[in-house]
Design a protein around this ligand. Structure first.
Ligand code: SRM
Ligand code: SF4
Length: 519
């Protein structure tokens, strides 16, 4: 059944991104990559270089001319030591330029990459079952799921297979899928299977949250569906209930496909700031949007279950040692300061996973690493390992909970440097204060909010301020973000605080609002 035509009757001027997509679909550069590699980056058409290549996960970095960022896809944040070693070998060949970042969507980005090497890198990806396809621009981003899917003691649904199926549907098994490469805008999907909101489901365009069909634990377990969550420079909103429950089977894939088609065919392609899914839902009205999705699926959706099965108030950061549901096995969360790693770290994580676990590695949206499947008998030796001292299982409180976007070191949008500053401030405040409760601090370099300051206890959003007659790097401060059962977005509480004043300002906030005391 196809979507009813002209659901949103509105004549609008298409934005400039739509014009270049009409001229040539982003995915089309897949067939031109060998030619691009031979031509060299300076000779490539500017729109291909700075725009369409992102459809392949290849991001030209103006900040570091000639060096590219490669954004992978890591469904559910799960990878193997074999894959990680290949990624480490790739960044290793770029010497001082080569490094990687764990992202806020439990994913990996490689840095320092040269265009002439990308065809060969893609061959290696293919052989290893890795892909970076459709990871940027008007595509569906990495699909997130609980980083301890399949191993958490109180897990409800192991989402790994479903996340993989949704990714395969969207990307045509990583070959690229023209059905979904011309969405009106980027799109985020999360499938949560644990009893906690481990992946910030509420800030995704579609999120699946475990729910028993009749609200009681003896009825069928599936998901309630929420839609339309997003952050953008002008507007940030939590997802709203679609009022739909789906079983934990291929219906999840069908529903994602249907929503994507309704969005693709009806979403606004005008003002780029008003093109995310929520704007379409509002333009249509939720009941009409829901009906259009049902029409696309060719079947009625069940009404949402009375309550989500999420029972936990708070959200774990998964650091430290945790027994798994498999008796005698443990997962250990290692802290990676603001997610930034080098080839040697990646080799070490791969080695630890092989020597102590089963070769598996997990990534979290807090930009950390989990090594699962470590036997009780191997735990003590594992904890003595040098990388486990460096990537601590129990870092000081503010260092532990700092998350940061890329910032000005590599991102052209950035108004401030973020990663180094986030880590240094956390270290200095940890040294000065005793803090007995977790305080999640998120940094983002510009209003795009990739570092999710709105979900933090204290969020920092990069801006500029004037101080002593000079323009200086500054932040707007957000507070009140809550995660878990009662997730809510934080609000801006201070504007344009110069970064050089932050140690004093944040120290006062920590004392006043979070009971911190001077050491
Ligand atoms: Fe983001 C654009 C980095 C998560 C909202 N984001 C960008 C670009 C691609 C801009 C660019 O071309 O330079 C950044 C690349 C910088 C670089 O070199 O690393 C970038 N975003 C990131 C990452 C790497 C931040 C991080 O350090 O972890 C995250 C990659 C996730 C992934 O693996 O795919 C990342 N971005 C997010 C999130 C958080 C999330 O998904 O939970 C958001 C807010 C949630 C959302 O999208 O609703 C986010 N990024 C944006 C936006 C604003 C979107 C909008 O609707 O207006 C942009 C700009 C745009 O799309 O126009 C953007
Ligand atoms: Fe770049 Fe801004 Fe996103 Fe940070 S928030 S990665 S500065 S686009």
């Amino acid at each position: 059944m196809s979507t009813p035509p002209s659901i949103v009757e509105k004549v609008e001027k298409k934005n400039k991104f739509e014009k270049y997509k009409e001229e040539k679909d982003g995915l089309a550069v897949k067939d031109e990559l060998d030619m691009f590699a031979q031509m060299g980056w300076e000779a490539i058409d500017k729109t291909d270089l700075t725009g369409r290549l992102k459809w392949l996960g290849v991001f030209y970095r103006e900040v570091t001319p000639g060096k590219f960022m490669l954004r992978l896809r890591m469904p559910n944040g799960v990878l193997s030591s074999h894959k990680l070693r290949i990624l480490a070998e790739i960044v290793q060949q770029y010497g001082d330029d080569g490094c990687a970042d764990i992202t806020t969507r439990q994913n990996l980005q490689l840095r320092g990459v040269r265009l002439e090497d990308i065809p060969e890198i893609f061959n290696r990806f293919k052989q290893a079952g890795l892909t970076s396809i459709q990871s940027g621009m008007d595509n569906v981003r990495n699909i997130t799921g609980s980083p301890v899917a399949g191993i958490a003691v109180n897990e409800l649904i192991d989402t790994q297979g479903l996340v993989r199926k949704v990714q395969d549907m969207i990307t045509n098994n990583s070959e690229g899928n023209y059905d979904f490469t011309n969405l009106p805008r980027k799109f985020n999907i999360a499938i949560e299977g644990s009893r906690e909101d481990s992946i910030h489901s509420e800030i995704n365009d579609i999120a699946f949250i475990p729910a028993f069909k009749d609200g009681t634990e003896d009825s069928e377990l599936g998901f309630n569906v929420i839609v339309g969550g997003f952050f953008s420079a002008r507007r940030c909103d939590s997802a709203i209930p679609l009022d739909a429950w789906v079983p934990a089977d291929d219906t999840v894939v069908e529903l994602c496909r249907a929503i994507l088609i309704v969005f693709r065919d009806n979403g606004s392609r005008g003002n780029r700031q008003q093109t995310r899914l929520m704007w379409l839902i509002e333009a249509m009205g939720l009941p009409a949007f829901r009906s259009a999705v049902e029409a696309q699926m060719g079947k009625a959706l069940a009404l949402a279950a009375p309550v989500d099965a999420i029972t936990e108030e708070s959200k774990s950061d998964h650091l430290g040692v945790h027994p798994q549901k498999q008796p005698g096995l443990n997962y250990v969360g290692l802290h990676v300061p603001v997610g930034h790693i080098y080839a040697e770290d990646m080799f070490e994580f791969a080695r630890l996973a092989e020597v102590y676990g089963n070769g598996e590695i997990r990534l979290t949206v807090e930009q950390n690493v989990i090594i699962p499947n470590i036997a009780d008998s191997r735990l003590a030796t594992f904890l003595q390992e040098e990388p486990v001292q460096r990537f601590s299982i129990n870092p000081s409180p503010l260092v532990r909970s700092s998350v940061s976007c890329t910032g000005s070191r590599f991102c052209n949008f950035a108004l401030i440097e973020t990663k180094q500053r986030a880590h240094t401030l956390a270290q200095r405040l940890d040294a000065a204060l005793t803090i007995n409760q977790p305080v999640r601090m998120h940094w983002t370099g510009c209003p795009n909010s990739c570092g999710q300051p709105q979900v933090a206890d204290i969020g920092f959003l990069g801006t500029k301020a004037r101080k002593d007659g000079k323009s200086v790097e500054a932040v707007d401060i957000y507070m009140g973000g809550k995660v878990g059962k009662h997730a809510q977005l934080g609000e801006r509480v201070m504007q344009a605080v110069p970064c050089e004043d932050l140690e004093t300002v944040v120290s006062e906030l920590l004392k006043e609002k979070f009971g911190a005391t001077v050491k």
